[in-house]
Ligand binder design. Structure first.
Ligand code: CP
Length: 349
């Protein structure tokens, strides 16, 4: 599969090479200004985005290519009921590579199986966001010089925060990375992350940000994801649970870095922006270069990932995850791999 749906579709060697390429692109942009001349990126965004869509589009333009865009379900034939399968076959006739964001978990995976061009998951529901992870890793490498051996704290909405799930998956493949999970009970990390990547890592859980702060090398703040809550009252109760401000930062290491995938609501006070440890706007900048590096890799044909359905078998069970694409896509079988839904990773009980 020449697509990237989950961060584990890329080897650590490939990720490290993408980071080196992104850093070179930052230093020598002219070297890369026509490597995608004549190629088209389809930016298929069925859910709102500022950074991911614009950075994909900017990335392709800076590589000398062109961009076709869908900005919402409402302005595409998805609003008439067209399936992801059909949409992906159609887009394959127009573009050379596709980036897809979708509110349903597993939608980009379905696209990757149907399309004849590489598909990049640009965020699917509360599931994964692999290109944000590439951005995060590049920022960590650029600021700290290493990824191995760091203590990384994740704070906020660890249940629905897809960027958290993807970054933990990536960090699990580096050496001696320790994770501190900071969240209220209601927003704890999903079981599939605990049973998966966290199984091979040293990690702890707490609801106390102040207590966790002094031991961290990286603090990854997240927004409470309003759009994923079925219960509005629960969202209102949890939305302000962690607010990082300059006072709290006094107990953090001088060389700790603060990351946030953005958009921010109020979980980092604006006063923190002036602190030298605040790296979330640098993170945005690296997002464009990492997406340039990824587009270049996938269009080169040198990336050969495993087939998504390899080792999976069709099951008659329904996926218990109500946000899984299998509930809406016509005649889409549920595939089971290691007891989990191949589209959204939910346990099939
Ligand atoms: N970080 C991120 O995915 O931002 P957008 O939702 O604006 O793309």
């Amino acid at each position: 599969m020449n697509s990237v749906i989950d961060i584990t579709d890329l080897s650590v060697k490939e990720i490290d090479s993408l980071i080196n390429t992104a850093m070179d692109m930052h230093q020598n942009p002219e070297k890369y200004s026509s490597v995608c001349k004549g190629k088209k990126l389809a930016a298929m965004f069925f859910e709102p985005s500022t950074r991911t869509r614009l950075s994909f589009e900017a990335a392709m333009l800076e590589l000398g290519g062109s961009v076709l865009s869908v900005h919402s379900s409402a302005t595409s034939s998805a609003s008439k009921g067209e399936s992801i399968n059909d949409t992906s076959k159609v887009v394959s006739c127009y573009a050379d590579i596709m980036a897809m964001r979708h509110p349903l978990e597993g939608a980009p995976a379905v696209a990757a199986v149907s399309a004849s061009i590489p598909v990049i998951n640009a965020g699917d529901g509360g599931h994964c966001h692999p290109t944000q992870t590439l951005t995060d890793l590049c920022t960590i490498k650029s600021e700290k010089g290493v990824i191995n051996g760091l203590t990384v704290g994740f704070c906020g909405d660890l249940k629905y925060g897809r960027t958290v799930h993807s970054l933990i998956s990536a960090l699990a493949r580096y050496e001696n990375v320790r994770v501190v999970l900071i969240s209220p009970d209601e927003l704890k990390i999903p079981e599939y992350v605990k049973e998966g990547p966290l199984k091979n890592m040293e990690f702890s859980e707490t609801d106390n940000l102040e207590k966790a702060l002094p031991e961290l090398d990286v603090l990854y703040m997240t927004r409470v994801q309003q759009e994923r809550f079925a219960d509005r009252e629960q969202y209102e109760r949890l939305r302000d649970v962690y607010i990082l401000d300059t006072e709290k930062l006094k107990s953090a290491k001088e060389d700790m870095i603060i990351l946030h995938p953005l958009p921010r609501v109020n979980e980092i006070s604006v006063g923190v922006d002036a602190d030298k440890r605040a790296c979330y706007f640098k993170q945005v900048m690296w997002g464009k270069y990492m997406r340039m590096a990824l587009i270049m890799l996938l269009l080169s044909g040198e990336h050969k990932g495993a087939d998504l359905l390899e080792g999976a078998s069709v099951t008659q069970k329904n996926c218990p995850n109500s946000r899984c694409i299998s509930h809406t896509e016509q005649e889409l079988p549920v595939y089971s791999k290691n007891g989990r839904c191949v589209w959204c990773d939910e346990e099939l009980n």
